[in-house]
Design a binder for this molecule. Structure first.
Ligand code: PEP
Ligand code: MN
Length: 363
């Protein structure tokens, strides 16, 4: 009479087999990683090899001693192949510095006491599209200071669709913008368009702006990556979210971790707005990266009547701030007349948003 083995005894044997399977799986994974590495070395980025999989399955089917049917063996091994492929490919993909996988906690910028990102209250970046005159900058900065705005914008180098449009005041604009901002206790942000100008712009600006049209200018991204100034990186007009994040990666890869992402609308078939504000990009950028993300409502909408609802929506999806253009007299502005707010318009914007922004109006 054969003595029947107890369930506990059989389970102990199963546990032991599991451990052996796990050891074999790990061993297999290590060999797979070596193959992936060799393929990459040989310049063969495509790791998927259906013919090789088919060959392995045929051999396993032929060798299968049972009790599992061939279809079950096939299903199990197909899962193993899938996991192995993921392993081979993951070794190819470098973890991005912008990714939350590399840095879990939010990056919080502290630019001379102005904090952006993380759990900080959302910030406002405001000012005219272009720097045009001392009077224009002085009036705007004084007005915005009264509204608690800590970051003054103004373009000294303007990316214009037409080469005959106003191109900006250049270095004179930089000097004007930075001195007016300083007088009003504000930081100065301005766009840099050319690698040759990074040094001089960084001398005057507290934050360097990379405009939408230059998001793919890799030489410029590398250059601002080497500058000792925070960078606001606009999303390109037709850039995917991935391309935008890779553009940020260029800056971080040069050692500059102080990057603010800025969604400013993308070009679509829609004509009633200048661009289409992509709020899912804001939510995704917040989720996938640790960087602060702000929303430029002015260039997204291209029209004044949408600025308040779009800014509210941006904050609702988690934006760390709003970028908006304000001009003492938009009708006579040298660029973007259609969309800049005048002071009365900004009063309304401020009143509608201040509870969400928690911007204190100085006494
Ligand atoms: C700007 O902010 O001045 C500007 C030109 O915006 P964008 O690059 O988003 O078009
Ligand atoms: Mn503008």
């Amino acid at each position: 009479m054969t003595s029947q083995r107890s369930i506990d005894d059989l389970r102990a044997e199963i546990d032991q087999i599991n451990r052996e399977l796990l050891t074999l799986m790990s061993k297999r994974g290590e060999v797979v990683a070596l193959i992936g590495h060799a393929k990459t070395q040989e310049g063969r980025p495509n790791h998927y090899d259906p013919a090789r999989e088919e060959q392995q399955l045929r051999e396993l089917e032929a060798l299968n001693p049972g009790p599992f049917p061939a279809s079950t063996i096939k299903t199990i091994f197909k899962e193993i192949f899938k996991a192995s492929l993921a392993l081979e490919e993951s070794n190819d993909k470098k973890q991005l510095l912008v990714s939350r996988k590399v840095k879990r906690e939010d990056t919080v910028l502290d630019i001379d006491g102005v904090r952006i990102g993380g759990n900080e209250p959302p910030i406002i970046i405001a000012g005219p599209c272009s720097i045009e005159s001392e009077e224009q900058m002085e009036q705007t900065a004084a007005f915005l200071q009264g509204k608690g705005v800590k970051i003054l914008r103004g373009g000294a180098y303007k990316p214009r669709t037409s080469p005959y449009g106003f191109q900006g005041m250049g270095v004179d604009g930089l000097i004007l913008g930075s001195s007016v901002a300083r007088e009003h206790g504000q930081l100065f942000i301005t766009e840099v368009m050319d690698t040759r100008d990074v040094e001089v712009v960084a001398e005057y600006a507290d934050i360097l702006q990379i405009g939408a049209r230059n998001m793919h200018n890799f030489a410029l991204l590398r250059e601002v990556g080497r500058a000792r100034r925070p960078v606001l990186l606009k999303r390109g007009l037709s850039a995917t979210i991935e391309e935008w994040l890779y553009a940020a990666e260029y800056i971080l890869s040069e050692g500059n971790n102080e990057v603010i992402l800025c969604e400013r609308g993308i070009r679509t078939y829609e004509k009633w707005t200048r661009n289409t504000l992509d709020l899912s990009a804001v939510a995704l950028a917040k989720q996938e990266t640790h960087l602060p993300v702000i929303v430029d409502v002015t260039h997204a909408a291209g029209r004044r009547d949408l600025l308040i609802p779009l800014a509210k929506a941006a904050l609702a999806v988690g934006a760390d701030g709003i970028h908006i253009e304000v001009h003492p007299s938009p009708a006579t502005a040298l660029s973007d007349n259609e969309q800049q707010l005048d002071f009365a318009g900004y009063e309304q914007f401020h009143a509608a948003l201040s509870s969400m922004m928690r911007v204190a109006t100085p006494a």
